[in-house]
Design a protein around this ligand. Structure first.
Ligand code: PRX
Length: 661
């Protein structure tokens, strides 16, 4: 890599630096040093800014050789209490907590901290009335409406573990998650607005319940939010009830004391794709997660009391959990929940919302920036974006072109951009810029957050080899040398999978699955996944899952291999190589059927962008698919196929190259 030129650095403006919590690299270095050398004091002090019913005995204990991690040992708290009563006690009761903007422009609901407390307490009582107890799992399949944070905080309040399923997942994907979590209660909506149309959530929820029943699991209760008026959905007697009627019932009190949870009691499960098998139920616990999202939100967005925060993610993904609901609310912030898409009715919807609510911090994904960039700068230029003071990016590497556009047209060249690297597993942001503390370089996430000991390591063939950092500016495996409070604690129901996925590849470290380089300033640049996970529009998709979905189309498909390839808006897209059963003819109609099938099995986000029918796949003599070759062909890099002589049948490569889509 070429040496970083001084002119490619973007310094935070003086006015920003002057008011920032961390205003220099030196200050960061000394805080970072304390955070890793003396976590007891560093994290103890930060956690003390939150409310604890009982203080912890010891800040942390970890043993990566066993995959064991504990934070705030012996402490008792409740994150719902910290998001609600603790804020009211600080005098923020009348401040807007959740600012809901529906797709229809005039559909705005502003809920103050006090109002949220009432709604959350009532809904927690509804759950209790339905028999929910601490430790029970509750599946939530809701669109981006204000009732979603209410449901989350109600679960957290009584110690029920929520598992939120992104609204874009199919009934089959919802079934898999309900079954894996063993959820007996499902919270959904009749439907929601999407680009001018009414879309049903309940239809998928009903199908998922039927599919669960077919596997011997009963969903006892389905609570349905009436998001859409005049949008009838069937309600199953004895099982389905309306959220609004439940809340209004005369026996539902608006007081529900928070259950004091052990710091290590589970808070939520969130499913995410891995390189093998079915999605993993990433388990996060209470005290560490709460402290980590609180701290990261405060420092990384340099959050100040008056700030209005707009994160465009869906709460169905971890970004929404941590930076729409828990992080902002633990800080007493005003957080926007936006129902719709960036391009409806026009491609300036985000900018219109920024103007309307005088948003100060804006957090989005590179894929959205690239999509909006294509629409031209006239859209942001037509809006007053002067309220913005800090911008964030998340979900995938941000290409310098998109970074520069974001900086110029959205940030007006005055807002620091923090490119934040993290994962569902990490709970909160691990590598990013502290916006007032050092210059950024487009494409670089820069430095690890407090407590995060990030390293780019050489691959190791065995655990006996010592860990070794790669030289400056060379790619290595991004690993973390110690635990941080927000780290996942397990894979729900699969303890060995947790250990084998994250602690074996680089013994003594958490293995992220991403590649990274570090430059001479110590800045990290993320290079994408190094495993079989593809990042499509910032959504993480395991290729094994898509292959399983294709292979389940048993009338036509014999075998498949799916890889990622570069896409100018989505970042990456999926390319599927499919071997058909003998006698089945490949056609465009069949491609459509396969796409429809994958959408049904997983959801639209998993639809392959390209499908190529092949007669064979490049396999080694031991039968392993050489994905490297498939990736190169998909990317059009046919001059870089490398050595193919070890293949069982090298001629398949020629056929694949010729038939490239
Ligand atoms: O490959 C990295 C990419 O997204 C993966 C995590 O996906 P998920 O668990 O769905 O969480 C996404 C939101 C936190 C990572 O392994 N990724 C995330 N943020 C960045 C990124 N890649 C590069 N730069 C980022 N800022």
């Amino acid at each position: 890599m070429a040496e970083v030129k001084e002119e490619s650095k973007f310094y935070p403006p003086k006015e920003f630096v002057e008011q920032a919590y961390v205003d220099s690299r030196e200050q960061y270095e000394s805080m970072w040093k304390q955070s890793v050398e003396d976590p007891e004091t560093f994290w103890g002090d930060i956690a003390s800014e939150l409310f604890w019913h009982k203080k912890w005995l010891k800040v942390n204990r970890e043993d990566f050789s066993k995959g064991e991690i504990e934070w705030f040992i012996g402490g008792k708290t409740n994150i719902s209490y910290n998001c609600l009563e603790a804020q009211i006690k600080k005098g923020k009761g009348d401040k807007v907590a959740i600012l809901f903007q529906g797709e229809p422009e005039d559909d705005v609901v502003k809920l103050t901290y006090k109002e949220m407390l009432t709604l959350v307490s009532k809904f927690a009582n509804v759950l209790k009335k339905k028999g929910v107890r601490k430790g029970d799992r509750i599946a939530i399949y809701l669109p981006m409406i204000w009732q979603l944070p209410v449901a989350m905080l109600a679960c957290a309040r009584i110690g029920a573990i929520h598992t939120i399923v992104f609204g874009g997942f199919s009934a089959e994907a919802l079934r898999d998650r309900i079954l894996d979590a063993g959820a007996k209660i499902l919270i959904t909506a009749n439907g929601y607005w999407r680009s001018g149309k009414n879309v049903s959530s309940k239809a998928n929820a009903d199908t998922a319940c039927d599919l669960c029943a077919a596997q011997g699991h009963t969903v006892d209760k389905v609570i349905v939010v009436k998001r859409l008026e005049n949008f009838d959905v069937p309600m199953k007697a004895g099982r389905d009830t309306w959220f609004e009627e439940e809340l209004a019932a005369s026996d539902i009190s608006d007081v529900c004391p928070a259950e004091w949870m052990d710091a290590e009691d589970p808070l939520f499960i969130l499913y995410t794709s891995g390189s093998t098998g079915k999605p993993k139920g990433v388990l996060h616990t209470t005290g560490g997660y709460m402290t980590y999202v609180y701290a990261t939100f405060k420092y990384i967005f340099d959050y100040k009391d008056k700030d209005v925060f707009f994160c465009t993610a869906d709460i169905g993904w971890v970004t929404g959990h941590s930076y729409i609901v828990y992080g902002p609310m633990c800080n007493g912030a005003t957080s926007i929940v936006f129902e719709s898409v960036p391009t409806y009715p026009n491609p300036d919807r985000f900018w219109q919302i920024v103007e309307k609510f005088k948003v100060n911090s804006f957090y989005t994904a590179p894929t959205a920036i690239r999509a909006l960039m294509k629409e031209g700068e006239k859209w942001p230029q037509g809006r007053d974006l002067s309220s913005l003071r800090v911008l964030g990016s998340v979900g995938e590497p941000i290409n310098p072109e998109a970074w520069l556009w974001y900086h110029k047209y959205i940030g007006g060249e005055k807002c620091p951009i923090t490119d934040t690297w993290w994962q569902t597993e990490t709970g909160g942001i691990l590598i990013c810029a502290l916006p007032g503390a050092w210059p950024t370089i487009p494409g670089y996430a820069t430095l690890p957050f407090f407590g995060v000991d990030a390293r780019a390591l050489e691959p190791r063939s065995s655990g006996d080899q010592p860990a070794k950092d790669v030289p400056v500016n060379e790619q290595g495996e991004l690993c973390i040398a110690r635990s941080w409070p927000g780290m996942m604690r397990g894979v729900f129901g699969e303890p060995e999978r947790f250990f084998n996925t994250y602690f074996v590849q680089q013994p003594g470290f958490y293995f992220s699955g991403d590649g990274a380089i570090r430059n001479e300033d110590g800045y990290f640049r993320l290079m994408g996944r190094i495993d079989d996970v593809v990042n499509v529009s910032g959504h993480r998709m395991g290729t094994a899952e898509v292959e399983a979905a294709l292979n389940s189309y048993t009338t036509a498909v014999a075998e498949s291999a799916v890889v990622g390839f570069p896409h100018d808006v989505k970042g990456e897209d999926l390319y599927a190589y499919v071997i058909l059963k003998s006698g089945v003819e490949g056609s465009d109609a069949l491609k459509k059927e396969l796409v429809a099938h994958v959408r049904k099995e997983i959801g639209p986000i998993a639809s392959p962008g390209k499908i190529q029918f092949v007669s064979g796949l490049p396999k080694t003599r031991s039968g392993k698919i050489m994905r490297r070759i498939l990736r190169k062909v998909a990317a059009g890099a046919i001059d870089e196929l490398g050595d193919t002589t070890t293949l069982a049948d090298p001629s398949v490569v020629d056929e694949i190259v010729k038939g490239r889509q």
